[in-house]
Design a protein around this ligand. Sequence first.
Ligand code: FES
Length: 105
Amino acid sequence: MQFIKVGNVKDFEIIKIKSYAMLGRKVGVIKRADGSFYAIEVGCKHQGADLTNGTIKDGIATCPRHGWQYDLESGECLNENSSKLRRHELKIEDGVISVSLHPIR
Ligand code: FES
C-alpha cells in the first residue's frame, strides 16, 4: 500500500480536521477527542465540495453547498441516498502523519 506524508501531529494541536488533495480526491485527517487520528474522504458525494469547509458539529459534517450531511466516523450520508465516504489507512511515525493513497473501504 502506498502512503503519502501529509503533515505532523503537532499541526493538530489546535485544529481537529484538515483536508488534503490526493489523486484529485479530498481526504480529511481528523483528530478525535481522545487524541487518535483517522483519515476519510471529505469530498461530498453530490458535487465534490470540500466538507471541511462546511459545518462540523458532533461528528456530523454538513456540506457547504447543498446541505448533504455525513457522519464523519462511519462515512454514512444521513439525509440522502448516497454511497459512504471511504476510509483511508493512516499511520504515524515520529510524529509524521501518512495517509494511504487509495481508500481502504
Ligand atoms: S456538493 Fe455537497 S450537497 Fe451538493
